[in-house]
Ligand binder design. Structure first.
Ligand code: PHE
Length: 297
């Protein structure tokens, strides 16, 4: 160094450094990575400092130009770093937010559609849960245990697993000191009586507007014993019903004081249960009116 060829060399080095640094910065995807980048390019032992160390060996008139360019590169890279860090911080914040909490801007779960009718005030129910309030108003303030079977309608595509018309069996119990354990006990008992002793039950958290907390209840697959098969979609579990603790406001509307009374409710599809028990692979058989099928079931 110290010859006339040094200056273009150093300008070239600076330009190359700038390009490499910018490319590396675009690859840095975390705050941590930008810190490493800073020490590699702009730090005390970094590559820009290494180039600047050679400034002293240049003739004075060249030193000024190279120094000016080096300073520009430094400022540009510092600005680029700042911008990158802001982008990353924003992304990290958003990731943390969405991992932690419910996104309130998402659309709600669409309510089940029913069918259009031409009779005024006639609505075909999509489930039997509205029966809960009728039962409570009939019995309040006495404790109650009620089963409400009935036909329900949903406007949805008919497949081997779902019909647009089917049955549900609703159950509700209201009394003093009724807890979630009672719900678990009743449902486990039901599964053992219906499908044989030793059934495994799984309670998954869910949401229904009229119960809190709400659960969806699965039973170990009766076909494969939980190993996984096409019927349970290889999960080992079959969903058999929805359930939960009656919401305090529902209790209140039913005529019970929620400070004194509690209750649980569940709703199941008997066709589903029968399909599992009798290994029937298509729900449409139930309404196809084939006498051979009806005699078998
Ligand atoms: N009505 C709900 C359904 O159709 C099931 C349910 C009944 C959930 C009672 C909670 C309590 O899926």
């Amino acid at each position: 160094m110290g010859t006339n060829t040094v200056q273009p060399d150093m300008l070239q080095q600076l330009e190359q450094l700038r390009q490499e640094a910018e490319a590396a910065l675009a690859q840095a995807n975390s705050t941590e990575a930008t810190r490493t980048w800073h020490s590699e390019y702009l730090g005390r032992k970094g590559r820009l400092t290494a180039i600047l160390r050679n400034l002293g060996s240049l003739p004075a008139e060249e030193r000024q130009l190279v120094g000016k360019v080096a300073n520009e590169v430094k400022i540009d890279l510092e600005l680029a770093l700042q911008e990158r860090q802001e982008t990353i911080a924003q992304a990290e914040l958003e990731a943390a937010r969405s991992a932690e909490s419910v996104d309130v801007t998402l659309p709600g779960r669409p309510m089940w559609d029913t069918f259009y009718t031409t009779s005024p005030d006639l609505l075909l129910r999509t489930h039997t849960s509205p029966g809960q309030i009728h039962a409570m108003r009939a019995y309040a303030p006495d404790p109650l245990r009620v089963i409400l079977p009935g036909k329900v309608y949903r406007y949805e595509q008919v497949t081997a697993r779902s019909e647009s018309m089917f049955y549900q069996v609703e159950g509700i119990a209201v009394g003093r000191k009724i807890t979630f354990s009672d719900l678990k006990g009743v449902l486990t008992n039901f599964a053992n009586q219906m499908f044989g002793e030793g059934r495994q039950m799984r309670f998954r958290k869910s949401y229904f507007p009229f119960t809190e907390p709400s659960v969806e209840v699965d039973m170990d697959c009766v076909i494969c014993g939980g190993k996984g098969c096409p019927i349970c979609k290889y999960t080992g579990w079959l969903e058999i019903l929805g359930a939960g603790m009656v919401h305090p406001i529902v209790l209140q509307n039913g005529g019970y004081d929620p400070a004194e009374f509690s209750g649980f409710a569940f709703g199941m599809g008997p066709e589903r249960i029968t399909m599992l028990k009798r290994s029937i692979d298509d729900i449409r058989y139930f309404y196809a009116n084939d006498v051979r099928f009806l005699e078998r079931v």
